[in-house]
Design a protein around this ligand. Structure first.
Ligand code: DAH
Length: 337
């Protein structure tokens, strides 16, 4: 009886497997023969009713049948999967690949890179110092006397009585001169902090580059020559500029450098407050009092120094009007540079 059944299943399986042409056919055969209630499982079920003597022999035959059909099934299944061109399995080699998005340097980094490369060309090296600074380096050694109104020029974030977030990169000049005897010629870029209300014109955190050159016989004319060369390389050879007297505790005499307004080209407008000029940096001859703090002989050495805000000079170069744009991380802005 079971013998008949076995050959019946064999025959029908042979016929079914021959006519397979898709993954769906394969799945149908799997269900029909190999599933939990499939034809093979049903035969094994019948084994229970066989007599004790017949059981071993029949069991063997059923196992053989199952192994034989499984082998055939797997072979055909592999072939079908490999040749299946239905939608899920197709690999379309003509499809364009995924685009790699390549980032770019932030405009501030680009600006700083440009400043560094110009000053390197003028013989300056690059130095750095800490953002958490002491009152001594940020003020005292730069000739800001205690309780002197000059300290009010810079609204400071104090950490404690003696420590603060540096309000300018000028303290790095002191740190450098303490370590090194003249000649010293370096720029000092970095982040600075001021306790100011955030607006289009000011931010509580921004970036500066200071510079200093100390040697025997350094003159104000050299200071002007260096800064004019920098400004022309940065803004273009046709740039118009002027130097105006100013005051900083650490330089004497002190000056500020202006360039013609990028918007009105000197005619006077809202941006330049009708003056036609925009200030780009502060500078001056290093005050002999500062040299005292670093044990430089002010009879022997003279020096010049300067400092500029990186955001500010970038705003002026690209005709932007709001400093906050540098820190918004707005891709519509960043992608343009
Ligand atoms: N530290 C000044 C500021 O933050 C800028 C400055 C002016 C730096 C003159 C200098 C300098 O080195 O000589 O406003």
């Amino acid at each position: 009886m079971l013998d008949n059944k076995i050959s019946e299943i064999k025959n029908s399986f042979t016929a079914d497997i021959k006519s397979v042409s898709s993954s769906k056919d394969i799945e149908d055969i799997r269900i029909k023969y190999f599933s939990r209630n499939g034809l093979i499982a049903q035969l094994f079920e019948k084994l229970k009713d066989a007599s004790k003597e017949d059981k071993p022999e029949l069991g063997k035959k059923l196992n053989l049948l199952r192994n034989d059909l499984t082998l055939q099934f797997d072979t055909v299944k592999d072939k079908i999967i490999l040749s299946d061109t239905s939608k899920e399995n197709i690999i379309d080699l003509t499809l364009p690949g995924n685009e790699f998005v390549i980032g770019s340097k932030h405009l501030l980094t680009q600006t700083l890179d440009e400043i560094k490369s110009i000053f390197k060309g003028l013989g300056f090296s690059v130095a750095g110092g800490p953002e958490l600074e002491s009152d001594y380096y940020n003020f005292e050694s730069l000739n800001f006397p205690a309780d002197h109104p000059a300290r009010d020029m810079q609204d400071t974030f104090f950490i404690s009585k003696d420590f603060l977030l540096r309000t300018h990169t000028t303290p790095v000049q002191i740190r450098l001169m303490e370590k090194q005897a003249p000649p010293v010629r370096a720029i000092m870029p970095g982040r600075v902090y001021r306790n100011e209300a955030v607006s289009a014109r000011s931010y509580c955190m921004f970036h500066q580059v200071d510079g200093i050159y100390v040697d025997t016989d350094v003159t104000f004319a050299e200071l002007k020559g260096t800064l004019i060369s920098f400004a022309k390389q940065f803004y273009g050879a046709n740039l118009k500029y002027r130097f105006r007297p100013s005051f900083f505790p650490f330089t004497e005499p002190s000056a500020e450098m202006d360039i013609t307004c990028y918007l009105c080209h000197g005619k006077g407008c809202k941006i330049c407050k009708n003056t036609g000029w925009l200030e780009i940096l502060g500078c001056g001859m290093v005050d002999p009092n500062v040299f005292k703090y670093v044990n430089y002989d002010s009879e022997k050495y003279t020096g010049y120094a300067f400092g500029m805000g990186i955001e500010r000079i970038a705003l002026l170069k690209y005709g932007l009007t709001d400093i906050r744009i540098f820190f918004d991380n707005d891709l519509r802005f960043l992608k343009q540079f």
